[in-house]
Design a protein around this ligand. Structure first.
Ligand code: ATP
Length: 239
């Protein structure tokens, strides 16, 4: 069952200048899909299209979850200036009408070991701690679809391990996960399939095995395949 279906013909920040074109893929229940590509390839713009944050797009995005609820962890944490960590959690719990949000929030706060910071303003916290708070806010509604943009940046090794465990648990629950990342060695171990973007369009997609076949690198890592596609494939990134 699909949690997310995206079929974009064109989208961007102004109608004269589409930044992404012809991007179609789906994320199924329990599937982890890696969105990869060089800087400027269009990963964040694709995520903005999914979240309905682009001024202009032609195509469709469908979220197939209970109440169309998704969790989103942005690349850079975004907080309200005057609200403490707990007030953010409370706002999310009340506004999204999450049953038993308080109990769930306390569990998540404990799991991420941020009890000490809940009455502080997020801006006064380290980048990694802010990232943990964003992850807590994304998980609070128990979403069936998670969209995470560079989730490992800024996390210490223990928090990274914890996030990996949580990603695995979410998948087992049937959550579909779309993860945008440059950390290819981690993505290789985690993702069921990859969407490789180049210059705003979908260059290729498939599992690691599909990419290895495409590149004729039977034992190649995801990074080997990525390097091959960028350096050797004469069709890569053609306009
Ligand atoms: N707010 C914006 N207004 C206009 N153009 C933008 C805006 N944000 C991004 N772009 C352009 O869209 C294109 C794709 O950028 P995007 O941020 O989606 O790439 P990315 O793959 O996420 O890159 P990175 O790996 O560097 O984060 C780039 O040419 C970029 O300049």
């Amino acid at each position: 069952m699909d949690r997310l279906t995206i079929d974009l013909q064109k989208a961007g920040y102004s109608i004269e200048d589409p930044v992404i074109e012809n991007i179609s893929f789906s994320v199924k229940a329990g599937e982890l899909v890696g969105l990869i590509g060089e800087n400027g390839a269009g990963k964040s713009t694709t995520i903005k299209a999914i979240l309905g944050q682009l001024p202009w797009m032609e195509g469709s995005v469908s979220v197939h979850t209970k109440g169309s609820v998704y969790g989103y962890v942005p690349e850079r944490p975004v907080f309200y200036e005057e609200l403490t960590v707990w007030e953010h959690i409370e706002y999310c719990g009340v506004m999204r009408e999450i049953p038993n949000w308080e109990g769930q929030a306390k569990e998540l706060v404990k799991t991420f070991r941020v009890e000490h910071y809940i009455h502080q303003l997020p801006h006064s916290l380290s980048k990694g701690t802010q990232q943990k708070i964003m992850i807590i806010l994304a998980l609070l509604p128990s979403p069936e679809l998670l969209i995470v943009d560079e989730p490992f940046i800024g996390l210490d090794p223990r928090a990274t391990k914890l996030l990996l465990r949580i990603i695995e648990q979410e998948r087992e629950k049937g959550t579909g996960i779309l993860m945008c990342t440059h950390v290819l060695d981690t993505a290789e171990k985690l993702c069921d399939k990859f969407i490789l973007l180049s210059k705003g369009t979908m260059y290729t997609s498939g599992s690691l095995l599909d990419l290895q076949k495409k590149c004729q690198l039977p034992d190649g890592s995801l990074l080997d395949c990525f390097d091959y596609l960028i350096d050797e494939d004469p069709n890569y990134g053609l306009d």
